[in-house]
Structure formats: C-alpha cells, structure tokens
Design a protein around this ligand. Sequence first.
Ligand SMILES: [Mg+2]
Length: 272
Amino acid sequence: MDRSLPIILTLVLLSCAPKQQVVEVPVPDPPQPVDHAAWLSQQGADAALWQNSSAEAYRLFQQGYELARIRMAENIQRSKGPYAVIVDIDETVLDNSPYQVNLVRDGRTYDQASWKEWTDRSSAKASPGALDFLHHAEAAGCEVFYITNRDVRERASTLKNLSDLGFPFADADHLLLMDGASDKTERRAKVAATHRIVLLVGDQLRDFDERFKDRSVNYGKDLVDAHADTLMRYFVLLPNPTYGTYKDAILGKGSEAEKFGRMEDWIEQNGY
Ligand SMILES: [Mg+2]
C-alpha cells in the first residue's frame, strides 16, 4: 500500500472543511469615571428650562405678586406705619434662569466664580409681576428692602441691575447683602426695628424665617403646617425648582461626587 495515501486523504479532507470564521469579540471599554458635575447639571435641565421659559412659571410669578397686593393691603389696614415690604432678590425680583440654562449647556453646576461673572453683567431681567408690585407697594406708602444672600462684593452690580430695571428704593440703604452669614434673621430685625413689616416675598421659606432651614422632620413640611397662619398672612412664596434648601437637604455640601453619592443614597433609602 502506498504510504502517502493517508496524508493525501487528510489534506483533501482538510481542504474540504468549512473555513472557520473569525469572530471578533468586542473588548469592553474600561469603565469611565462618572463626570458628576455634568450628570448633576443635566439632571437640572428640566428645572432650568421650566423656570426660564414656561408659561406656567410666568403665570405663577404673576399670581404670587397678585396675592402679595392683597396680603399687603390687609396688613396695612390692621397696623400702623412706617411700613416696609421685604423682598429677596434672586428668583424673586430678578430672574437668573439664563445663568442656570448656561450651566446645563456647559455641563457644569453652580460655583462662585461663574455666578460672580453673571451678576457682574447686571443683566438679569425682572421676574414677572415684581416691578408692578413694588411700585404699587411704594405708592401704598411702603419702603422696600431687598434682603439677599448675594455677597457684599456684588453690591454695585446688583444696584445697577435693579436701578436699570426701574425698581424703587434701589439704593445702598435698602439693599442688605450677605456679609458672612446666610441667615437673614438679623437683617430682617434691623428693618423691623424701624418699620412695620407688612409683607415678605421670596423663593425660599428661609426668606421668611430661618427655622425653615431645618428639613430633618418630614422635609420641613411639618414646620410649614405649624406656621401656616403667619405664612398665609405675611409671606408670599414664589416657585424655584432650580436650587435651594430643598436640594441642599438631600445633596448637602461638598464635591459633586459627594453630592451625587448622597443623592443615590437618598433614592435607595427612600425605597425608590
Ligand atoms: Mg432667592
């Protein structure tokens, strides 16, 4: 027998075998670090768009200032002057939603440097209804005090912004800025020492009373109920989902990674 036959047969069989296809196994990308600032910024997009462009926000501001007229008139009637109306500035009489939308566009979150850059421009628009209401308050015999947690270094740009828009009492005596502490209690007391405060307007409950900083029990809602009567008479609250005590109570302070972690914890702990 020809000894070369098995070799030839093997070669023939091998040449007839279907060619094995090379399957490319995708190599997974290495895990990318989460850009927490960009993530948190994107999560704020709905709130920023709503605050900036919704007819609902527009109407809610008008509605708030309509209520402010009613409450102010009632309180003037039941007390003696000199009268004062206290308003917060940001998201109360000035609209900073363009700053918020820019943060979303850039995938960034609030920081002092970019905020200062924004306020330096003195270009914020008046919140809907704010100008009319404060002119009405002036005509009704009220002095207007602006109590804000803008920093003292923002005094000139803030006064320029307010006076350019035609707000009454836009002067250094009526603008009480933050000088260290965000607690507005002392500044309110300063106004109360010489005036009868007939109304306060703000986008945060802390614009009325510092006690509302405490969100440890039922997110502060029990405190709202406990003070329902004085809130109804003396405070008008305007909408602002973009930032504030509600968010700080969940995300806390610190790095974006820490805030992100606390948000994840909060979601898990609340069973969502
Ligand atoms: Mg505010």
